[in-house]
Design a binder for this molecule. Structure first.
Ligand code: AMP
Ligand code: MG
Length: 352
């Protein structure tokens, strides 16, 4: 299959491109498109065949449910049942935006879309291209991240092309995404609300409306722990990992820089290709090495925006060993460290 790439202006999406994409969706075919979080691989959420195509294109395990994208809160009552009042409060505050809610599913949603679960994940994106595509197509769009399963989520159309070229008919290119990390997922389907995945909408923001909400302990851990199984099926899989071995160092930043330099020298002397994941503040401290700055520690949103592209860059560089600095694990940093630790397979060392 030939994969077509159409470039759209984010502010004024081209109507011809949108209607071509909408036609494919209505026919049960797949279209990759930008959202404010990451690029999504979309298919008609109510069409079981389209959902099966999504799993096949990504090589995603079929027990890992998809997020259903909507453009109107009224869709909630069509896709979900026994909706708690908190869902409407959260929708009012955070939609359109990077928040996904888990609710009990209605009979209209095929079990293929929900990975066999009795619950459904729903989000209203704010990206103008995503919104226009939902409106023009008139379908609810099931869309996981548009990467091959296990790779870092795509934040640019070129990442989608790298992973899915030849496997899907169309990619809408709206340029780099705004946020760069996947949505916060909050589970409202049980007696107590849980954050199943940290994202741009932080714990503190959610607690303003939902004081009792807590993180699923499996998502804030800093170590591998076989006894902690994540509540979101997708969070249990190996994810984001670059091909090389990634190790993270935490502690006093000066000591971290020293340790990263020491370890990098060791591996470089052994003849390995070494790369360093640094920040704007420290990138000048490693002149002997290949260094990538992931962003500015004072502006965490820059780290969020660049993280996945930087992880992919280490593969392009063919790095055997990557040594990285740790970031603050709080607020947006909770989402950043969740992705970084997964990418590192929880290889993290405290240098004091
Ligand atoms: P992605 O869209 O690629 O970011 O993946 C969707 C994420 O949402 C995965 O981690 C899924 O496990 C999670 N998810 C989707 N639906 C549900 C659900 N009904 N219950 C729990 N987690 C879900
Ligand atoms: Mg994903």
């Amino acid at each position: 299959m030939e994969t077509k790439l159409l470039t759209l202006d984010r502010k004024h999406p081209d109507e011809a491109a949108l209607s071509e994409a909408a036609k494919l969706l209505r026919a049960g075919e797949l279209v990759a498109f930008p959202t404010e979080t990451v690029y999504g691989l979309g298919g008609d959420a109510l069409d079981a065949t389209a959902s099966r195509r999504i799993y096949a294109a990504k090589g995603r395990p079929s027990d890992n449910p998809l997020i259903v994208h909507i453009c109107d809160t009224a869709a909630l009552s069509e896709l979900a049942r026994e909706i708690p009042p908190a869902a409407y409060r959260l929708a009012e505050r955070f939609w359109p935006g990077p928040l996904t809610m888990i609710l009990k599913k209605s009979g209209r949603v095929p079990s293929e879309t929900t990975g066999g679960l009795d619950t459904v994940a729903i989000r209203m994106p704010s990206d103008p291209i995503a919104r226009a595509l939902l409106a023009v197509s008139g379908v609810y769009i099931a869309a996981p991240s548009a990467n091959a399963s296990g790779r870092p989520s795509p934040t640019k159309a070129s990442h989608v092309m790298d992973d899915l070229n030849g496997r899907i008919p169309l990619i809408l290119d709206g340029g780099p995404v705004e946020i760069g990390l996947e949505s916060t997922i909050v589970d409202l389907s049980g007696d107590k609300p849980w954050i199943l995945r940290p994202g741009y909408i932080t714990l503190a923001m959610l607690r303003e409306l939902l004081p009792e909400v807590e993180y699923d302990p499996a998502v804030t851990r800093r170590q591998k722990d076989e006894n902690l199984v994540a509540k979101a099926p997708g969070m249990k899989y190996r994810h984001y990992a670059p091909k090389g071995s990634l190790r993270i160092y935490e502690g006093d930043l000066e000591r971290v820089v020293e340790k990263v330099r020491e370890e990098a020298f060791k591996k470089q002397r052994e003849g390995f290709r070494v790369a360093i994941l640094a920040s704007e503040e420290t990138k000048g401290r490693y002149p002997e090495f290949t260094v990538r700055s992931v962003g500015d520690r004072e502006r965490e949103e820059t780290i969020a925006a660049n993280l996945f592209d930087t992880l992919r860059e280490f593969d392009r560089l063919g790095a055997d060993y990557i040594f990285g600095e740790c970031f603050r694990q709080e607020g947006l940093g909770e989402a950043i460290m969740n992705r970084l630790l997964k990418a590192a397979g929880y290889q993290i060392e405290d240098v004091g």
